[in-house]
Design a protein around this ligand. Structure first.
Ligand SMILES: [Mg+2]
Ligand SMILES: [Zn+2]
Length: 194
């Protein structure tokens, strides 16, 4: 009999929204409009050093709307990775627009649920970071920690209309990452879990 518990290694992960969290949200960003937010590369590299997988998780309805195409989207992500000097362990995206009523568009937790299983993620040690309600709602639904970054479309007043509260709020990604690392260290080191 195979002991699945012993065989199931669990990773910790951070799911990151893209626009407004990693780079300036300019509406429908094309590669020529990429502006990084301060210290984002440093923050992501710090997470990787601490053993977190990092995933990009983004709604890109500009694709369905025809503002840019799939290769523009990937070109943007490659450029982003290069400029941040970090590679993402996976990129989860919804190319649809709300009217398409797809199953993958945030706040749907669908893509994150798939990633949790595909990458063997321990959700209690994982985080979703984003600048909007719909970025974090999947975390609330699935029981993953949520962190709101104030570099995008949400300010503190907006929180009054939310039906849940983020576990963490930070002025910028670096502030959030420092706190994620502190809280994770408080949970205790579990090295060699994979
Ligand atoms: Mg955003
Ligand atoms: Zn979709």
């Amino acid at each position: 009999m195979v002991n699945l518990k012993v065989l199931s290694p669990l990773w910790k992960a951070v799911f990151l929204d893209r626009d407004g969290t990693l780079n300036l949200d300019v509406g429908y960003p094309t590669p020529d409009r990429l502006v990084l937010l301060p210290r984002v590369g440093e923050a992501l590299r710090a997470l990787k050093e601490k053993g977190f997988l990092i995933f990009m998780f983004t709604n890109q309805s500009g694709i369905a709307r025809g503002y840019f195409n799939l290769s523009d989207f990937w070109r943007f992500n490659r450029l982003l990775s290069e400029r941040l000097q970090v590679s993402f362990d996976d990129i989860l995206f919804c190319p649809h627009k709300p009217e398409d009523r797809c199953i993958c568009r945030k706040p749907s937790p669908y893509l994150i649920e798939l990633a949790l299983r595909r990458h063997l993620i321990d959700k209690r040690r994982s985080w979703i970071v984003g600048d909007s309600y719909r970025d974090l709602k999947p975390g609330y639904i699935l029981g993953i920690n949520t962190a709101l970054v104030l570099t995008g479309k949400t300010n503190l007043n907006d929180l009054r209309t939310w039906d849940f509260k983020p576990d963490l709020i930070g002025e910028n990604l670096m502030e959030i990452v420092k706190e994620i690392i502190l809280r994770d260290e408080a949970l205790g080191e579990r090295k060699g879990t994979r």
